[in-house]
Ligand binder design. Structure first.
Ligand SMILES: Cc1ncc(COP(=O)(O)O)c(C=O)c1O
Length: 361
């Protein structure tokens, strides 16, 4: 079987060994005579999976004891609404850093719930950079400050985070969670859909500090309150059990490969191959994001014309590459190099880029 060079933006590559392990266990999970999908979420076997996924995430990401790790449904898009429903207080605006399409969606949802303010925006630079920390202005009475640690579409990433003191810092880490070590204690809430760095779609990870869980209002429906899920260890209702199981396998894979610090180095080595191919092309390829804000997850770049970009996509597909077309909102090209994308795929892409340039430069 030939595996594709998978640069999809999400759902995205999953480690081959994880897929093989899941295939082995697919029909009969640990001798139960049934698949994990056919089993009660109240069974001891599933409870062990849920607990293992939680404890591995704590261990690998360094989540302090005074935080809850929740496995929810509805994707990061649901968190755009659930977050303000729980934490946006009357008379205390929620501050948002506006850095692209995803931040913009988060702001629009929060606007339906309460008052928001833009703490910094890079819209005038077409979202091709992240703001410097000094540009971020947070009102002293803000309910929280929200930022998008990695803008998947623009290909920009925060490389340092603001210190917000008593104001909870909230991050949408959908496209870079567990790709690098983070000081979780700087954040009040971190959330991420699993389908880029953690496994398949269907489960959303929320890491939230206990004092913020305690603020869940009692007058919103139970499913939308963080405390509902925290109290029941994410088993309040039927969870996306297969997705959580897959996340547990991916977390085991991360651990076996040396943990998050190792992954960060691996991700940097991978992206260097492609950024070098861009920077050393004499202008044939142009990086879309400003260099100080370049993402180590989503590499966005352009060619001299849309015609050439179309040709690049077509020829790359013929050679086994998948997912290199840029997002429909911004065009161009994009290579997503999440945790599970092997170095070999990036080597192959750098080589393809050099050959394409030779043919068309
Ligand atoms: C940064 C970011 N936030 C939010 C989302 C939306 O996530 P979901 O599809 O899980 O709702 C995405 C999806 O690609 C994303 O990249």
């Amino acid at each position: 079987m030939a595996r594709a060079f998978n640069f999809n933006a999400g759902p995205a590559a999953i480690p081959l060994t994880v897929l093989q392990q899941a295939a082995e266990q697919f029909v009969d999970y640990q001798g139960a005579g049934m698949s994990i999908m056919e089993m009660s979420h109240r069974s001891a076997l599933y409870e062990a999976v849920n607990n293992e996924a939680q404890s591995l995430l704590r261990e690998l990401f360094g989540v302090p004891d005074n935080y809850q790790v929740l496995f929810l449904q509805g994707g990061a898009s649901t968190q755009f609404a659930m977050l303000p429903m729980n934490l946006l207080k009357a008379g205390r605006p929620a501050a948002y850093v506006k850095t692209g399409a995803w931040a913009d969606k988060a702001i629009k949802e929060a606007n339906l719930i309460g008052e928001t303010t833009v703490a910094a925006s890079t819209e005038s630079d077409k979202y091709m950079r992240m703001p410097n920390l000094s540009e971020i202005v947070v009102p002293r009475n803000a309910s929280y400050l929200h930022l998008t640690s990695n803008e998947t579409i623009g290909g920009t990433q925060f490389h340092e985070f603001p210190d917000t003191g008593d104001i909870p810092l909230v991050a949408d880490m959908s496209s870079d969670i567990l790709s690098r070590p983070i000081d979780v204690s700087k954040f009040g809430v971190i959330y991420a859909g699993a389908q880029k760095n953690l496994g398949p779609s269907g489960v959303t990870v929320v890491i939230i500090r206990d004092d913020l869980v305690a603020q869940s209002p009692k007058d919103i429906p139970a499913m939308f309150r963080y405390d509902t899920h925290a109290k029941s260890s994410s088993l309040y209702n039927t969870p996306p059990s297969f997705s959580v199981y897959m996340v547990s396998l991916v977390l085991n894979w991360i651990k076996a490969n040396g943990g998050v610090a190792q992954l960060e180095q691996y991700n940097r080595d991978k992206t260097k191959l492609i950024y070098d191919a861009i920077d050393q092309s004499g202008g044939f390829y142009r990086g879309a994001a400003q260099s100080q804000s370049r993402s180590f997850m989503n590499i966005t770049f352009r060619l001299g014309s849309e015609e050439l970009e179309k040709m690049f996509v077509k020829q790359s597909e013929a050679e086994g590459f998948v997912g290199l077309k840029g997002h429909r909102d911004v065009g161009g090209l994009r290579a997503s190099t999440y945790n599970a994308v092997p170095l070999e795929s990036c080597q192959a892409l750098a080589q393809f880029m050099a050959e394409f340039q030779k043919r068309n430069g």
